[in-house]
Design a protein around this ligand. Structure first.
Ligand code: HEC
Length: 255
């Protein structure tokens, strides 16, 4: 047997470089911040370094956006609405960096105020863009999962389920939904209009007493390649035992 060698695909290779490129604008915007803070008493309008850094950030942002665009169109499995939010913020960030780059390239009145406003905006946009990007690849609760309780609400993705403690739903069913569905349907996320944060919302998608007429079970048991199969192809799938656990809860009245 010939050795298995992955085919060369330069376009997808460029797309995957997104994960590497995104660190460039982060580093360059941070450098811009450091120069601004530690060079406070100097006049940056004469700086030779600053335009290089800020134009560099703008081009690095453009490069990351291009690779990200290729990645999202060539690789299946990323959730469109999460990608689209991340993309909008990334484009905003790129625009801010470009504006910043022009603002450091010319001499004019109030240059400092304009430049600093651009920097502040770039930093905010950078954090939001980075967070939205991280959420696509690592899931909603990646940061909060093992965080101290006081930090969970700040970091997002904390477990809040409005079900009586000790109920079968809270003990058996919710943990399964949380593991396989929460990323797209939990903590305020509502892909396809379905949010699983409350017992009532989940009950609306089942037929108490009749697992096989329950939307959730039907979707779980559709063929993997069906567009309506949940969780979508490419995401962690619950085991037969876990599906049985949900069926048992529905059969028992879904309360
Ligand atoms: C990776 C993201 C993702 C995961 C994980 C996921 N879903 Fe979905 N879900 C979607 C998207 C996108 C839609 C809307 C498109 C559709 O209906 O196929 C959707 C739609 C739904 C709907 C609404 C269908 C409708 O038309 O009203 C239900 C119910 C649902 N999912 C249940 C689940 C359950 C149960 C799980 C976990 C076992 C799960 N999903 C896991 C992305 C996801």
């Amino acid at each position: 047997m010939p050795p298995i060698i992955a085919e060369v695909d330069l376009i997808r290779f460029f797309g995957r470089m997104h994960f590497l490129f995104v660190h460039l604008p982060i580093g360059l915007i941070s450098a811009w911040f450091l120069i601004e803070v530690f060079g406070r008493h100097k006049d940056h309008t004469d700086s030779k370094v600053l335009p290089i850094i800020v134009w560099g950030a703008a081009f690095a942002a453009l490069l990351s956006v291009s690779a990200g665009f290729v990645l999202s169109t060539r690789e299946p499995g990323y959730l469109p609405e999460m990608v689209s939010r991340h993309r909008s913020m990334a484009l905003t960030l790129t625009g801010i960096c470009l504006a910043g780059a022009f603002s450091v390239s010319f001499k004019y009145k109030r240059a400092k105020a304009v430049r600093r406003t651009a920097l502040a905006a770039a930093m905010v946009a950078m954090f939001i863009t980075g967070h939205l990007g991280g959420t696509i690849t690592h899931g909603q609760s990646a940061l909060s999962e093992f965080a101290p309780d006081v930090l969970k609400p700040i970091l997002g993705g904390a477990t809040v389920v409005a079900a009586p403690e000790g109920s079968d739903f809270a003990e058996k069913v919710y943990p399964i939904l949380e593991r396989y569905c929460a990323e797209c349907h939990g903590q305020g996320e509502r892909s396809g209009g379905f949010n699983m944060d409350t017992l009532e919302a989940v009950q609306l998608r089942v037929q108490p007493g009749d697992p096989y007429r329950s939307e959730i079970i039907r979707m779980l048991e559709l063929p993997l390649e069906s567009d309506h199969h949940m969780p979508p192809d490419g995401f962690d799938q619950p085991s037969a035992e876990e599906i049985l656990e949900i069926k048992a809860w529905i059969a028992g009245g879904a309360d």
